[in-house]
Design a protein around this ligand. Structure first.
Ligand code: GLA
Length: 384
């Protein structure tokens, strides 16, 4: 991969680059809680986006995407805000936000390649944003903390892609640690690294149904949560986000919310409880109980938050029946994408084969099932 990227870079630009990378992620539990100031438990995956970079003397960015075999050019002195729908929005967005935050960027030649499948719910967008930010900053001999980079990348997605995402994906892409999941408090941004027991594997099942049109629904869910906060704050004046609401309070004031908003709020409030319990169970090594919380999380996303689809439900149901599977649920924003199974190490091959066969048998779609390692977050790629 790296050798090919270097060779490609030399052919494109006639120079030798520095290379930066940032991983995709899977979320073990805590879905649609991040933008409600709640809790999430993602792990960075051993699937990365790589950005090769070398400086230019002018103020232009030349960007080549090896996955799409397409080139584009940007002018650092004139970066228009807003979405165009082209993949370069991510690069333009990161450059735009870094510069408005006061980072004086140099012109650069860039080549990008990625193992994170697009639209798979594994956060290819954050991997692209974070690796680009790292490359552009280093190329300009500037630095920012991993948390600042995550926040700037999140902002670029709000302003240039027009998805009002939470902080989870960018944060784990910056802060991931090999062998660990990360329990993040999305309000304080304090986090705890939780070791993943060595005899457990992260099995990521891509349904191959892309979630590319999910951004509108995502923003709608976010507005529904804000509406829930607004209505509940009339009787619970101390609350700022759904993070501040308990299930008892929600039930007590349920008549203030229409049935849809009630369900959305119930998902978020119950999911936050599940993440907190799940963290304790992971520490205690109680994978069976952890898996039951994953099942509850999936049901809540399906029935209350309504972001699952038939293929995700099927993949979860097929996995839940297999010996050696502790838990299964959709992961990421939903409406397509992937599921995550926690699987006993001795059963992974057997489970993978069975799922591939049964899912294809029922849907006619060949899934892609990966056994992943929890990995390190973004950084420079060491010279080999
Ligand atoms: C997407 C967003 C995240 C998060 C998840 C749902 O991945 O980018 O911020 O909201 O959906 O948990």
């Amino acid at each position: 991969m790296l050798h090919t990227l270097k060779t490609l870079f030399a052919e494109l630009y006639g120079s030798s680059p520095a290379i930066y990378r940032a991983p995709g992620r899977v979320n073990l539990i805590g879905e649609h809680t991040d933008y409600n100031d709640g809790f999430v438990m993602p792990a960075a995956l051993d699937l990365y986006t790589y950005v090769a970079v070398s400086p230019r003397t002018d103020r232009r960015l030349q960007v080549y995407s090896a996955n799409l075999t397409e080139k584009c050019e940007l002018d650092l002195d004139s970066i228009p805000a807003g979405r165009s729908g082209h993949w370069s929005d991510y690069v333009r967005g990161v450059a735009g936000v870094l510069q408005s935050a006061g980072y004086q960027l140099r012109g650069a030649d860039l080549a990008i390649t990625s193992d994170v499948p697009l639209g798979s719910g594994l956060s290819s967008s954050a991997a692209l944003e974070v690796s680009t930010a790292w490359a552009l900053l280093s190329n300009s001999q500037l630095s920012a903390s991993p948390t600042e980079i995550a926040q700037m990348c999140q902002k670029s997605e709000h302003v240039y892609v027009e998805t009002r995402c939470g902080i989870m994906d960018q944060f784990i892409s910056c802060h991931g640690r090999a062998g660990h999941a990360l329990m993040l408090d999305c309000r304080s941004l304090e986090f705890e690294l939780l070791p993943i027991p060595p005899d457990v594997r992260l099995m990521v099942c891509n349904t191959m149904v892309k979630h590319e049109h999910a951004s509108g629904e995502y923003n709608t869910r976010r507005r529904e949560c804000e509406e829930g906060v607004r209505l509940l704050a009339e009787v619970l004046p101390g609350i700022h986000a759904l993070r501040d609401v308990t299930l008892d309070e929600l039930e007590k004031h349920r008549e203030r919310l229409n049935p849809v908003i009630y369900k959305r709020v119930r998902h978020v409030v119950s999911e936050n409880e599940r993440v907190k319990k799940a963290a304790r169970l992971l520490i205690a090594g109680d994978l069976a109980a952890f898996g039951r919380l994953m099942a509850d999380s999936h049901r809540s996303l399906r029935d209350d938050y309504e972001v699952s689809i038939a293929e995700l439900d099927l993949m979860v149901e097929l996995a839940s029946r297999q010996t050696g599977v502790y838990g299964a649920r959709m992961t990421g924003g939903g409406l397509g994408g992937s599921t995550i199974n926690l699987v006993d190490a001795d059963h992974t091959e057997q489970v993978r084969q069975k799922l591939e066969k049964d899912y294809e048998g029922k849907t006619g779609i060949k899934p892609v099932i990966l056994i992943c390692e929890a990995s390190d977050g973004a950084g420079a790629v060491a010279e080999s």
